[in-house]
Write a protein that binds this ligand. Structure first.
Ligand code: SAJ
Length: 395
């Protein structure tokens, strides 16, 4: 249920090892595309795999579920306006399969979910189908794949599997062992749910530490990149890299699933979110201040290059991107004088894109928002104002 960034690769891999898979998506265009052997998302190797499993008949897509033995819920869990998690997609996918469930079936949630969701769905199922209580297996098993390396990581990463009871955990382990080569770690549903939130919150907190250091170092006139390199020479210190903020659909979202439910207890987790969001705002302010300083000094408006729009280096994914937020924010303050660069995409509906080397050459102010590899080929130029938020030149 759900043929997105995780659902489709999972469907394709399990089809490729011999399961007969029906991929279900509420969007008819998605089902239509997949049934043609094509894909609607970008992920290396996925297009070929889907083509192969659709052609040999092991994967088929539809907008409606059919009677099956195993049901995987892999739908989005966004948050509402006030950072409260929204599990309505999980609920509606569960309601859609509810009439189809039979004794002996396995129902698994993979969607990132607030603690307690799996048990809540079990209550929903048993409330409407009391005869299934004790006769079906229900488990939570989060994915932890990195966009861009999904096919490899889906097979090779270890996974945590938590059932609502021991038998559910075991049945889910048996299912995943058909295509996962990493270790499968058994636990209960609540711990597995919290484990997914913990992994991404941990990364968010660590990035916030690096971002906080970058703010301190800016004031203290210390090169933060050199500082972190040196501190990391300590055998038990491993500081991550500061940047223009934290983006994507996971790390910038999942911590709110903890803070919404445990606001008093999750002090560091909440503060990390604030710091990482503030870092993007701070970068935008730095660019605006540099533009004003330039104008005062030179008596004309500067030409500004905004380098990178993606949410992290060397990808073409602009979802929840701090770089895109910064570009939009600074461009609100002045009508023209900007060149926007994103070497990983051909064109954009809002931004007119300029080639990275041309923008660097022409600009008076260059703001590096993402550490794309291409930018590392550029040579530092002391005649320009360089705002290196991404650590392109470091030294
Ligand atoms: N970032 C930094 N500094 C760093 C590392 C990352 O500023 O040192 C920024 C990136 O630029 C980006 C954001 O953090 O804006 C997130 O990037 P990421 O590469 O850390 O993570 P994602 O969002 O692509 O994928 C994460 C992964 N989780 C962890 O590493 C704990 C992945 O394994 C999860 O499967 C994925 O979230 C998910 O779907 O939950």
């Amino acid at each position: 249920m759900g043929l997105g960034y995780i659902g489709l690769p999972t469907a394709a891999i399990s089809a490729s090892i011999g399961h007969k898979v029906l991929g279900v998506d509420i969007n008819p265009k998605v089902a239509e595309t997949i049934n043609k052997g094509e894909i609607h998302i970008i992920e290396p190797g996925l297009g070929n795999l889907v083509k192969q499993v659709v052609e040999n008949g092991s994967l088929r897509a539809s907008t409606l579920p059919e009677i099956s033995d195993v049901y995987l819920i892999v739908v989005p869990t966004p948050f509402k306006g006030n950072y409260e998690p929204d599990i309505s997609f999980v609920e509606s996918a569960t309601n859609a399969v509810l009439p189809l469930l039979k004794a002996g079936d396995l129902y698994i949630i993979e969607s990132t979910s607030p603690v307690g969701t799996t048990n809540k769905m079990a209550e929903l199922i048993f409330g409407k189908r009391p005869e299934l209580e004790g006769n079906i297996s229900i488990a939570y098993c989060p994915e932890r794949v990195l966009p861009g390396n999904v096919l490899h990581e889906l097979i090779h990463n270890d996974r945590v599997i938590g059932g609502i009871d021991a038998q559910s955990t075991q049945k889910a382990q048996e299912f995943y062992s058909t295509f996962v080569e990493g270790k499968l770690h058994p636990t209960n549903a609540r711990t597995a749910e919290m484990c997914k939130l913990t992994e991404n919150s941990s990364r968010d907190v660590q990035i916030a530490f690096a971002n906080e250091l970058s703010l301190i170092c800016d004031k203290a006139n210390i090169n933060v990149w050199e500082l972190i390199d040196l501190a990391n020479k300590h055998p038990r210190v491993n500081i991550l890299q500061p940047g223009s903020g934290v983006g994507g659909h996971c790390i910038a979202v999942d911590p709110y699933f903890i803070t919404a439910e445990f606001p008093r207890e999750s002090q560091i987790i909440g503060k990390a979110r604030e710091i990482n969001n503030y870092k993007s705002f701070w970068c935008a302010e730095k660019i605006r201040t540099s533009m004003l300083e330039f104008e005062l000094k030179h008596g004309r408006k500067p030409l500004v290059a905004l380098m990178g729009l993606a949410f992290k280096p060397n990808i073409d994914d602009l979802r929840e991107s701090p770089a895109k937020y910064i570009a939009q924010k600074v461009m609100q303050s002045a009508q023209d004088g900007f060149m926007v660069v994103e070497p990983n995409i051909e064109e954009h509906s809002i931004f007119r894109l300029t080639k990275y080397d041309e923008a660097f050459e022409k600009a008076d102010i260059v703001a590096f928002l993402v550490a794309h590899n291409e930018f590392k080929n550029l040579t530092y130029n002391t005649n320009k104002v360089i705002l290196d938020f991404a650590g392109i030149f470091k030294k």
